[in-house]
Design a binder for this molecule. Structure first.
Ligand SMILES: [Zn+2]
Ligand SMILES: [Zn+2]
Ligand SMILES: [Zn+2]
Length: 113
């Protein structure tokens, strides 16, 4: 028997898979701007400052800035992109290494080496 919690998790996984598929074909023209692929910390500095609570953590692949995701109230990763123009972020959640390009709206299953 499947509980309510598990059902919603299955739904999330399915939604994410569909989302990923719809953006996977897109090409990213910014891979040359990658400077950093592993994070030095796991906290969103802007959240600590503003008192918002991050949901998931992302890292800018250009300068290594660690910030919170679009589901977080602070939207600090997006704000970092808007302020700096750094196009690529990756997930630094446990076991995740997918990359998202804001301007190309392209999804990569992992950062290129
Ligand atoms: Zn791109
Ligand atoms: Zn934040
Ligand atoms: Zn950056």
């Amino acid at each position: 028997m499947i509980g309510r919690m598990e059902e919603s998790r299955v739904g999330d996984t399915l939604r994410r898979a569909l989302f990923q598929r719809s953006f996977k074909q897109r090409q990213c023209s910014h891979l040359g701007s990658i400077e950093q692929t592993s994070p030095e910390r796991f906290e969103c500095a802007a959240c600590l400052e503003e008192g918002t609570v991050p949901v998931h953590m992302r890292m800018c692949l250009v300068c290594g800035e660690v910030a919170c995701c679009d589901s977080s109230p602070g939207l600090h990763a997006r704000r970092h992109y808007e302020e700096t123009g750094h196009p690529l972020i990756r997930s630094i959640e446990e076991g995740e290494q997918w990359v998202w390009c804001y301007p190309d709206r392209a999804y990569l299953s992992r950062a290129p080496e």
